[in-house]
Design a binder for this molecule. Structure first.
Ligand SMILES: NC(=O)c1ccc[n+]([C@@H]2O[C@H](COP(=O)([O-])OP(=O)(O)OC[C@H]3O[C@@H](n4cnc5c(N)ncnc54)[C@H](OP(=O)(O)O)[C@@H]3O)[C@@H](O)[C@H]2O)c1
Length: 280
């Protein structure tokens, strides 16, 4: 039995991929009514909360591998790691980022803290260090649909952007037979580097109307995200990340996705085509 915590962008897709292979999978969620599709695909639904260790212990029964993917809050993810260690859950696959202890972005320092906790737990584990998700662009979709334009403080910075479905595909591949991947870290990216000007060009082509990209200062970007409903601290960290993209921080591409999956990583064009309805 594989336990997936939680059913976000990566977790939900990984659950579906594992079920397509007939692998027994359980997913821990706070709101079981929102994951009817996963239940229909044959996943066990464990109602729980990452802040409630007893609910995680209950979900851990009979588990041989854990896919740990959640907002990356140390107290919450350490609850999962401690529960996995208590119940000898075998192997933890952790989705993380280009994290470091001295990053100016708090959530990257938190990821480093979680990774250290995972190492200290003695559990076999695999790290999936993902570049920025293409799905982040969906946050801009309402503005694009309404105004045919969007802004960002990412400047002309280029990103090895990855489709979160490919992160899920790698996670599912490893979870199904984790032993060969113990102790490894993979750097997951899309097939190439793209800038937000490139994003605008792909969307213009797809939608058949010009989509304009305008540069914002980090402060303007943060304030726009807050106006769009992003909590202040998250908007602050996002704006920091976009400023770092402008400086080249996300301009890295690897071949880890094709090496692990035996097929190319999805391009931004493929992603945009699959999500076209959101932008129109
Ligand atoms: N976005 C990026 O560009 C990017 C890039 C690299 C790495 N990452 C990493 O990817 C991870 C995030 O993965 P993701 O994008 O798949 O996440 P996501 O789509 O944001 O989903 C997070 C899930 O966590 C659930 N959740 C939140 N609090 C919870 C709690 N207390 N108990 C149980 N469930 C809870 C949410 O469910 P409800 O709120 O509905 O309950 C949601 O389903 C993070 O570790 C991040 O660092 C992201």
């Amino acid at each position: 039995m594989i336990l997936v915590t939680t059913a976000g962008k990566v977790g939900a897709e990984a659950v579906l991929l594992l079920r397509q292979q007939g692998v027994p999978v359980r997913v821990l969620v706070r709101h079981p009514d929102t994951v009817q599709g996963l239940k229909e695909a044959g996943a066990e639904i464990a109602t729980g909360d990452l802040d409630a260790p007893a609910s995680i212990d209950a979900a851990m029964a009979g588990v041989t591998a854990v896919l740990l993917v959640s907002p990356g809050v140390p107290a919450q993810e350490m609850n999962v790691i401690r529960s996995a260690a208590r119940t000898s859950a075998g192997h933890v696959i952790k989705v993380t980022s280009n994290a470091s202890a001295d990053s100016p972005i708090a959530r990257r320092r938190w990821q480093t803290e979680i990774e250290a906790g995972l190492t200290a737990s003695g559990l076999a584990h695999t790290l999936l260090r993902a570049n920025a998700y293409m799905q982040n662009v969906l946050a801009l979709a309402p503005a694009i649909a309404k105004t045919s334009g969007f802004g960002s403080s990412a400047g002309q910075g280029r990103v090895g952007m990855i489709d979160a479905r490919d992160v899920a595909a790698v996670a599912a591949r490893i979870a199904a037979a984790p032993d060969a991947y113990a102790g490894s870290a993979y750097w997951l990216t899309g097939p190439g580097l793209i800038s937000y000007a490139d994003v605008a060009a792909v969307l213009s082509n797809l939608l058949g109307r010009p989509i304009t990209y305008r540069g914002l200062s980090a402060e303007e970007d943060r304030d726009a995200m807050i106006r769009a409903g992003v909590p202040g601290p998250v908007a602050e960290m996002n704006a920091q990340a976009f400023s770092m993209i402008a400086g080249g921080d996300a301009a890295w591409v690897t071949q880890d996705v094709p090496s692990l999956l035996g097929r190319p990583a999805r391009s931004f064009g493929q992603f945009a085509g699959d999500y076209a309805a959101a932008f129109s």
